[in-house]
Ligand binder design. Structure first.
Ligand code: SF4
Length: 317
């Protein structure tokens, strides 16, 4: 029996001056950190160690905060029918979000996500699959679409529009999500549709939204500017690393108070507690809404709310 093995790469090419440079952003989380892609054909000269020989205009070995390329930040992809090197690194010209080209381990290795039949992405599906006689088998797009269409028509005719459920991604482009939602709701006329990580067409964080907050309202800078930050059901160090590292962590270091509601004590919570300004409320999954409601009640009962601010911003009390 053949044994699978893994030989880690210990070097990577530098982009030459002639490399195409594209800007993009990381799609692993809502922070959307800025990245640069350097692309040049395999078989043409790579960049050299001298500033005059590489696309970064710096001498290598580079200094601690200067550009460099880890093996995980390089890949080979097909572009216009020809293999091309791609180097994907955080954008050092970034002035917001991942300032000066910071990154999390997820975005920092985004080049590994590009399809390469010689790398772990070789298990990526290259065609639709249909289970035939109990075995998943690759089929043509024409066949897959014919079968899907027939089944959709049958389901709606037999059981009604809402029996047809549809779940799609939400990050990426408005045009794509618009097409998907238009298809489900206007063409299929089903209410049984949702995107991203939600069980129904609601916010990703129903508990917090039920409590009256628009958690996608603040800018990244607001997270750091707040005197007191309440974080419910998540640890931004794990889930939105650049917001934590670039904005929240410096604020905590400067005395920002944090209140965390979470089911487990994660690394970001441990860090905040260690700095001495954090309150950690450990709760059972799904109980955040009652806890937030209870906190709001205590505030109202004691008259601690800022009535003038509520009057001005919400318009009523
Ligand atoms: S914080 Fe990490 S995962 Fe999120 S966008 Fe930035 S690099 Fe990507």
């Amino acid at each position: 029996m053949a044994t699978k093995y893994y030989l880690p790469e210990d070097n990577s090419p530098l982009p030459p001056k002639s490399a195409e440079v594209l800007t993009t952003c990381c799609d692993y989380c809502i922070v959307a950190c800025g990245y640069k892609v350097y692309r040049w054909p395999v078989g043409t000269p790579d960049g050299g160690m001298k500033a005059a020989e590489n696309a970064f205009d710096i001498d290598f070995p580079s200094g601690p905060l200067q550009a460099w390329v880890a093996p995980t930040q390089h890949n080979v992809v097909m572009h216009k029918g020809r293999p091309h090197n791609v180097v994907v690194i955080p954008d050092k010209d970034s002035k917001v979000v991942n300032i000066n080209g910071d990154s999390s381990i997820r975005g920092g290795t985004i080049a590994q996500k590009c399809y390469n039949p010689d790398k772990p992405t070789n298990d990526r599906l290259m065609s639709p699959m249909i289970r035939i006689n109990g075995t998943l088998q690759p089929v043509s797009w024409d066949m897959a679409l014919d079968v899907a269409t027939d089944l959709m028509k049958y389901t709606v005719k037999q059981y009604g529009a809402n029996a047809y459920g549809m779940k799609i991604y939400s990050y990426q482009y408005v045009e794509n999500t618009y097409a998907g939602s238009k298809f489900a709701r206007r063409s299929m006329k089903t209410a049984n549709w949702t995107m991203h990580d939600t069980p129904a067409n609601v916010t990703s964080t129903p508990g917090f939204r039920d409590a009256g907050f628009d958690n996608f309202g603040p800018a990244c800078k607001d997270w750091g500017d707040a005197e007191v930050l309440m974080i419910c059901g998540t640890d931004p160090y794990e889930t939105k690393t650049m917001i934590f590292n670039q904005f929240i962590k410096p604020a905590i270091d400067g005395g920002q108070k944090t209140i965390w509601l979470n089911v487990r004590e994660t690394a970001g919570i441990a860090y905040a507690k260690n700095r001495g300004n954090a309150l950690f409320i450990q709760l059972d999954p799904g109980t955040d809404t009652p806890v937030l409601g209870a906190i709001a009640r205590v505030i109202m009962e004691n008259g601690w709310e800022d009535s003038e601010w509520i009057k001005q911003t919400v318009g009523q009390q």
